[in-house]
Ligand binder design. Structure first.
Ligand SMILES: *[C@@H]1O[C@H](CO)[C@@H](O)[C@H](O)[C@H]1NC(C)=O
Ligand SMILES: *[C@@H]1O[C@H](CO)[C@@H](O)[C@H](O)[C@H]1NC(C)=O
Ligand SMILES: *[C@@H]1O[C@H](CO)[C@@H](O)[C@H](O)[C@H]1NC(C)=O
Ligand SMILES: *[C@@H]1O[C@H](CO)[C@@H](O)[C@H](O)[C@H]1NC(C)=O
Ligand SMILES: *[C@@H]1O[C@H](CO)[C@@H](O)[C@H](O)[C@H]1NC(C)=O
Length: 262
């Protein structure tokens, strides 16, 4: 009689353990701690990861990493209520940058240049209507490092004096993180001065994406970026997490039975 009870308990435990092990293998980040149901974690956007899969933005990412500005940006995204808006030039923007070039910049100037591409607030594409013509907007570089915005029927343009470029697509736009692709590197007057050559004969940049895709989505910034939305994986994580909790409960109940029966 006793041996049957023990056998039943043992098989129940084994089954529960196998189930838990399978689920744990599917989702390694689950940590089984005896806390009550975890509060849903806010969506965390890993900027390094996002910029390495989208784009190609590898040149800009390299600058962000060498100047350690990536940490400032990630911190702004993680730990502020304001969020962040980041303008990312594609690799092509750096290769077509001849004059002025970035090669003579000091480490500090390079850092400022990187910070100049970020606003200390989350703006959806439709929010730029508000900023349009409203005068200089502060960037994370602070001080004189400001950008001007214009929004002409949904086409957002950014002016820095040296640079007048448009937001060519939305890479990610979910509060608190907005990332928009721009055609040119944003060059601040605070570094390159105000002696800006007239733009007249400058060859127009060849659009590197189809003109249709060039127009920003008119959906108020909830644009489906090139990078996958980060909300689905986290909700499935939560479901797997709940299954694991059920398994833990089962194991606990069978252990309880074993104790009571003995
Ligand atoms: C962010 O992503 C990068 C590249 O995938 C990775 O090396 C890094 O560890 C991630 N950071 C965090 C905090 O998860
Ligand atoms: C941002 O949040 C992630 C996930 O919570 C964490 O791993 C990372 O270290 C944080 N980074 C910063 C700079 O706060
Ligand atoms: C940048 O440095 C090069 C030499 O490395 C020099 O020829 C050039 O004039 C410099 N440009 C500026 C804008 O200082
Ligand atoms: C847009 O502008 C209006 C009036 O200028 C202001 O009241 C509102 O708070 C602004 N909205 C945002 C999102 O900045
Ligand atoms: C930004 O706009 C203001 C007027 O609102 C103008 O005085 C300033 O020169 C502009 N700055 C740049 C860099 O275009």
């Amino acid at each position: 009689m006793d041996s049957i009870k023990i056998f039943m308990c043992f098989t129940t435990l084994l089954f529960a353990y196998a189930q838990a092990a399978t689920l744990a293998a599917e989702s390694p980040p689950i940590i089984l701690t005896p806390t009550p149901a975890p509060a849903p974690a806010p969506d965390y956007v890993n900027l390094t990861e996002l910029l390495s899969v989208a784009g190609p933005f590898s040149t800009f990412l390299k600058y962000l990493q060498s100047t350690k500005v990536i940490e400032t940006l990630q911190n702004q995204a993680n730990n502020t209520d304001e969020g962040i808006t980041l303008f990312v030039p594609k690799d092509k923007a750096f290769t077509s940058l001849k004059k002025p070039s970035l090669s003579n910049l000091t480490a500090d100037q390079l850092k400022q240049l990187c910070l100049f591409h970020a606003l200390p607030h989350y703006y959806s594409l439709s929010d730029f209507k508000n900023l349009s013509g409203a005068g200089p907007v502060n960037t994370l570089a602070g001080g004189q490092y400001t950008l001007n915005f214009t929004d002409t029927s949904g086409t957002v343009r950014i002016g820095s004096g040296w640079t007048n470029t448009k937001v060519s697509s939305s890479v990610h736009s979910t509060d608190p993180v907005a990332i928009y692709q721009v055609d040119w590197v944003l060059l601040p007057e605070a570094i390159f001065g105000t002696d800006i050559p007239p733009p007249a004969p400058a060859p127009a940049p060849v659009p590197d994406i189809a003109p249709v895709a060039d127009a920003p989505e008119a959906d108020g910034g909830k644009g489906k970026g090139k990078a996958a939305s980060s909300s689905s994986p986290s909700s499935s994580d939560r479901i797997i997490g709940w299954s694991v909790w059920r398994c833990v409960l089962m194991v606990a109940v069978s252990v309880g039975f074993a104790v009571v029966l003995n």
